[in-house]
Design a protein around this ligand. Structure first.
Ligand code: WT7
Length: 648
């Protein structure tokens, strides 16, 4: 992000855990790293005792690279672990504190959440959902999204949550791939004081998705919608006469818990498959150790349930630890720029987990907003989604944590299911900008293209050599893609993360960013190919090259270089139309920041667009060797066009 890499040896840039934090931390003995390294299976086996099993496992790990099975023979249920297991001790305690954008507040105790979940699980059964059926959930941040997820888990129907801001078309692609025939949604939700009609997008999306038989609709924003007779049902009607007792299905440790679609390097998103036992062990323990989660914490993860962070660190990890989770429906600047700090003060939030993009936005807005509020209840801060620059880290530490809260920068992915690299706040001395060390038992290394381990200080590729419980099991319906994407880079047993990184002399990781054709916009993963295929889907576009450009606030922004078909003119109107076309087809969060017309794009002699060159041009960096280009002159033209576009 333009910040100088901080000298790892410089003392003032290190933050040691305070004695009082370390003394009370859930984990404070550094021996844990050694213990995990010496006996990986023993380590995970012991930790697995921390969750509830109906039947204990026979074997901790079966590793037939790249396939792993964890806790085989074990039987459990994720919803049971998040709800029933907490009732005896914490039944009366709030599980969810929800705040709507309009200021309304709803609370559910563990007892109530269990009742609502069981009731909805019975609704699902009544309409014919069976164990193994994939249910699509397309809802904003309202309590019902958690209830729906846990109800699916309860009856053994894997959920596929599609981020609410995706378009109807993106929804349809994911429904078709999952072969899902039930969608759970709502009428609408609030965003910056306006109602977004969610149901309208469902109706659009389902035009091309004939297999969907049932749609359950939560009434939330009371906007006008059309209910399609025979297909659409109101959540409240279904819940009204339904029983609140529903036993948890006995699930095998390796049964699928959920599917989560994520962007890859081709236009088609991948359905990442996560299973039950390993995922629950991984998220439960990492939540407990990294966020130091205690039963009296009010824990706020600002991620949406539509992404993996919402799954692992808003729902499954925290609830299985009997925490109180805070959920907020809306935007951070509604009605004003202190909404987050108002929430922290009002609900006495103790742990805050958010993204660098948000932190940089708060920095831009200025310290007067957090200063208006009492943030003294905070005791730990987390960051996730993209590299956090030291400046933002320090600002967060100083202005939100008032210098007393450890900051955990957590590196992980949809595919890893759990945090892989992070400080353990009672043990690790942190360095702003570094995600610090691999979690105990996680064998992360920096390799070169050939698979050789690199020396500290050298830039390379982040890889993981040993399996871990919450790892991706396959890509839904596309086993070959699973192997090609993550395993075939080296030896079919080392996981290729797709990130560039380096390690310093203390063994700390510094993540640089994606090395593949994926853009991380505000921590949301978007494939360049996905955007390109949408652009070329427009009747005016002949070719498109899409790259990530470093962005002060969002980490990266989407930049498009577009060649038009003959007969189309390069006008401002068309530019706006194409930008809108992308936003409409994927979702508003994927709106390109810049679109530049060009008669030619940098191509190899075989005609492949060289995104590496485009990316360098967009970022004003050295283009490197361009001799393999069909027409090296195109680089000069594009540089001029880019400079011109930026000056406007
Ligand atoms: C990619 C995974 C993990 C939940 C959110 C995103 C980037 C994530 C960090 C971090 C540097 C990070 C990586 C990774 N990333 N966390 N702490 N420091 N980069 O999940 O959509 O699967 O994206 O996000 O590039 O590969 P995702």
């Amino acid at each position: 992000m333009g910040d100088k890499i901080i000298d790892p040896q410089s003392e003032e840039m290190k933050f040691k855990p305070s004695e009082s934090f370390a003394k009370n931390a859930n984990i404070s003995d550094p021996e844990i790293y050694k213990k995990a390294e010496e006996d990986l299976e023993g380590f995970w086996g012991e930790l697995a005792e921390d969750i509830n099993w109906f039947n204990k496992w026979d074997t901790v790990l079966e590793w037939k690279p790249p396939h792993s099975k964890w806790f085989t023979g074990g039987k459990l249920n994720a919803s049971y672990n998040c709800l029933d297991a907490n009732i005896e001790k914490n039944g009366d305690k709030p599980a969810i504190i929800w705040e709507g954008e309009m200021g309304d507040i709803r609370k559910y105790t563990y007892e109530e959440l269990l009742e609502e979940t069981s009731r909805f699980a019975n609704v699902l059964k009544k309409i014919g959902v069976k164990k193994g059926d994939i249910v699509t959930i397309y809802m904003p941040m309202i309590p019902e999204i958690v209830i729906a997820m846990l109800a699916c888990a309860r009856i053994g129907a894997p959920h596929s949550v599609v981020f609410a801001a995706f378009s109807g078309e993106a929804l349809c692609n994911r429904i078709s791939d999952a072969k899902s025939n039930l969608v759970i949604t709502c009428d609408g939700y609030y965003r910056r004081g306006k109602v977004v009609s969610q149901k309208h997008k469902v109706d659009e999306g389902l035009i091309c998705c004939g297999q969907v038989k049932d749609v359950i609709v939560v009434q939330h924003a009371n906007n006008d919608i059309v209910m399609s007779e025979g297909r659409d049902m109101w959540w409240h009607d279904l819940m009204e006469k339904t029983d609140t007792k529903c036993d948890s299905e006995v699930m095998d440790s390796e049964d699928m818990l959920f599917l989560m679609y994520t962007s890859g390097t081709t236009g088609k998103p991948k359905g990442i498959v996560h299973t039950t036992g390993g995922y629950m062990v991984g998220t439960h323990i990492s939540t407990k150790w990294i966020f130091d989660l205690k039963e009296d914490d009010i824990y706020w993860c600002t991620a949406d349930c539509g992404w993996i962070t919402g799954h692992s660190y808003l729902v499954y990890g925290p609830l299985s630890n009997a925490a109180t989770i805070l959920m907020y429906e809306g935007a951070p600047d509604y009605p004003d720029k202190d909404r987050f700090w108002d929430i922290v003060e009002k609900h006495k939030v103790t742990i805050l987990y958010t993204a660098p993009t948000a932190i940089r936005t708060f920095m831009k807005w200025g310290t007067e907003w957090p200063e208006k509020h009492d943030l003294s209840t905070l005791r730990l801060l987390g960051s996730v989604g993209e590299p956090i620059n030291p400046g933002a880290w320090l600002w967060y530490h100083e202005n939100i944590g008032h210098g007393k809260c450890p900051v955990v920068d957590t590196w992980w992915q949809t595919e890893t299911g759990m945090i892989m690299i992070s400080a353990l706040p009672g043990i690790t001395t942190t360095k702003p900008g570094s995600a610090t060390r691999a979690f105990p038992g996680i064998d992360a290394v920096i390799l070169d293209e050939k698979g050789n381990e690199l020396e500290p200080g050298q830039d390379g590729l982040l890889a993981i050599r040993k399996p871990w419980p919450s790892m991706v099991r396959t890509v839904h319906g596309d086993e070959q893609r699973f192997i090609d994407t993550y395993w075939s880079k080296w030896d079919n047993k080392t996981y290729f993360a797709g990130d560039g990184a380096k390690m310093d002399y203390d063994g700390y990781f510094w993540i640089i960013g994606r090395v593949d054709d994926i853009i991380q916009v505000s921590g949301h993963r978007i494939g360049t190919a996905e955007v390109e295929s949408i652009l070329v889907g427009h009747s005016a576009v002949a070719e498109a090259g899409v790259v990530g450009k470093i962005d002060e606030i969002k980490g990266e922004a989407i930049w498009c270089y577009v060649t038009l078909k003959t007969g189309f003119e390069e006008t401002e109107e068309l530019k706006t139309e194409l930008i809108k076309h992308v936003a409409k087809n994927i979702g508003p969060f994927a709106r390109p920041k810049m679109l530049i017309f060009s008669d030619d794009l940098p191509k190899t002699r075989s005609g492949k667009i060289m995104r590496r060159v485009l990316k360098a041009i967009a970022n004003g960096a050295e283009t490197g060797d361009v001799t393999t280009l069909q027409d090296p002159d195109v680089v000069t033209t594009l540089k001029e066009k880019t400079a011109k576009a930026q000056s406007i």
